[in-house]
Structure formats: C-alpha cells, structure tokens
Write a protein that binds this ligand. Structure first.
Ligand SMILES: [Mg+2]
Length: 121
C-alpha cells in the first residue's frame, strides 16, 4: 500500500482529502504545518507528499528547500492556489514533481498522484 503525507494548514482539507485517499486504498497521514515534515520522514516510509505552499510557520518552499538540503528523496506534488502558475514553476525548480490547483478536483488529483507515484525516480 502506498503512503501519502498531506501537509496543509487547512485542517478541513487535510481531513477530507485524507479520507478520500484512504477510500481508494492509500495509507494517509497529515500535518498542518511544514515544521514537523522532516521529523515525520525520518521515522515513516512515505511514497508521496502533497504539499501546500502557503502555511504560516514553515511554508512549502521552506519544506522543499529543507528536503533538498537533507538529501531526502521523496516525490512531491504541490498544492497551489488556482492559476498560480509562478508558484508551480518555482516549486518545480525546488524538486516538486507536479502540481494541483486548489480547489482540487479529486479525479484529476488521483490521475496526477498515480502518474507521479509510478514514475521512475
Ligand atoms: Mg495554506
């Protein structure tokens, strides 16, 4: 079973998305800020992170940078505000595999997740 870590300061989004992904067979966990991501990854196997860019304490860019600096290789899909193309470009430069606009369409999200998880590293 593939495991997905959701990182978003919107608790409601985390809860709903976590349940939706669990229903289609993913093991899910969520964090509501970037500060605990590195610690979590050190003790858990994660196949994919769904990462919000805008979070109050440690944002998505900080998390991406931290993962690069820590040489942690994990696939990441960034969650961006609708039509925020520049954020998507910036996060791709920091190693994100793909991005999803919020509010997300679950079917589209699932297609993107499957594409990214199956992609060879
Ligand atoms: Mg946010």
């Amino acid at each position: 079973m593939e495991s997905i870590l959701i990182v978003d300061d919107d608790v409601n989004l985390c809860t709903v998305l976590s349940e939706e992904l669990a229903e289609v067979g993913y093991e899910t966990y969520f964090l509501t800020d970037g500060i605990e991501v590195l610690d979590y990854l050190r003790s858990h196997q994660v196949d994919l992170i769904l990462l919000d860019l805008k979070m109050p304490v440690k944002d998505g860019y900080d998390v991406l940078t931290e993962l690069i600096e820590s040489h942690i290789d994990v696939r990441i899909i960034v969650l961006t505000a609708y039509a925020d193309v520049q954020s998507a470009i910036d996060s791709a430069k920091l190693g994100a595999s793909d991005f999803i606009s919020k509010p997300y369409d679950f079917d589209e999200l699932l297609i993107t997740i499957r594409k990214v998880v199956q992609r060879e590293v």
